[in-house]
Design a protein around this ligand. Structure first.
Ligand SMILES: [Cu+2]
Length: 264
């Protein structure tokens, strides 16, 4: 009797077990959940993020946005499947004395193992190649703009940002930048570690003591920049923020003169 029980529960090959499993009601419902949740994440990636993200004021920020949108969309099916399984498990638990039927075993099913290995590898390779390419584009831009870039020395201290424009003889707690001119941020800290984050410019870099870190960008839209600290740096970390402006060149020069500096 027990022999017959096992034979009917477990199909002989992994492929048959899979086909049987796909016919089961709970698997079908899980797949429907998975498709709906995937669709929700795709909508979040394609519509919600671009609509509610901070304004894009540089190429760096645009590239950053593209990465976030693209990665949300390609990872949506994975999140969809995982959440669907969790959700269905929560909604349809087996109650009482009867143990659930034996679940289908996929671990030895070659096509499935092959598929998830190849798909995972493709995800990783895409992320690595894309990341390295973007990094290379950024450093090529920085090299190309090195001579014409406006140098801004950024100093983090508990809990304020200071901006020094060595070529212009200006020091300020507001970061003003001229439109369409490449900027080189030379960032350091005079105490603990901070992280310099001008949000709408799409760059972020550590501010450390005794070492200068560099970040490059070119603001290409007029407007206000939010500047935050992105490294927990003590009691008032959350308040270590200020604002900046991307200005027309003439306005920037007037500001420099008003600060007692000499416009380039
Ligand atoms: Cu800080």
């Amino acid at each position: 009797m027990s022999d017959q029980h096992e034979v009917t529960d477990l199909a002989p090959t992994p492929g048959e077990r899979l086909r049987n499993a796909m016919k089961a009601r709970d698997v079908k419902i899980t797949i429907v959940f998975g498709v709906i949740i995937t669709a929700v994440f795709v909508v979040i990636g394609l519509w919600f993020y671009p609509k509610f993200m901070p304004e894009i004021m540089s190429e760096n920020m645009k590239r950053g946005k593209d990465v976030i949108v693209y990665f949300t969309v390609i990872s949506a099916p994975i999140a969809g499947l995982v959440i669907a399984v969790a959700l269905y498990t929560l909604l349809d638990r087996h109650h009482g004395e009867n143990p659930p039927e034996e679940a289908a075993s996929f671990r030895t099913h070659t096509p499935i193992v092959f598929a998830w290995t190849v798909i995972s590898a493709l995800f990783c390779i895409t992320a690595i190649v894309w990341g390295l390419t973007e990094m290379n584009v950024n450093s090529e831009d920085a090299t190309e703009n090195a001579k014409s870039a406006l140098v801004v020395e950024v100093t983090g201290s508990q809990w304020v940002w200071t901006f020094n424009y060595p070529e212009l003889g200006v020091q300020s707690e507001q970061l003003n930048l001229p439109l369409d001119r490449p900027v080189e941020f030379r960032v350091h800290s005079v105490d603990v570690n901070h992280s310099f984050w001008p949000v709408q410019l799409g760059v972020k870099v550590d501010a450390n003591d005794r070492v200068t870190t560099l970040a490059h960008t070119t603001p290409d839209v007029l407007g206000t920049i939010d500047i935050k600290c992105a490294e927990l740096c003590g009691l008032y970390h959350a308040y270590m923020e200020t604002q900046g402006k991307v200005m027309k060149e003439a306005d920037f020069n007037s500001w420099v003169t008003a600060q007692g500096g000499h416009a380039a």
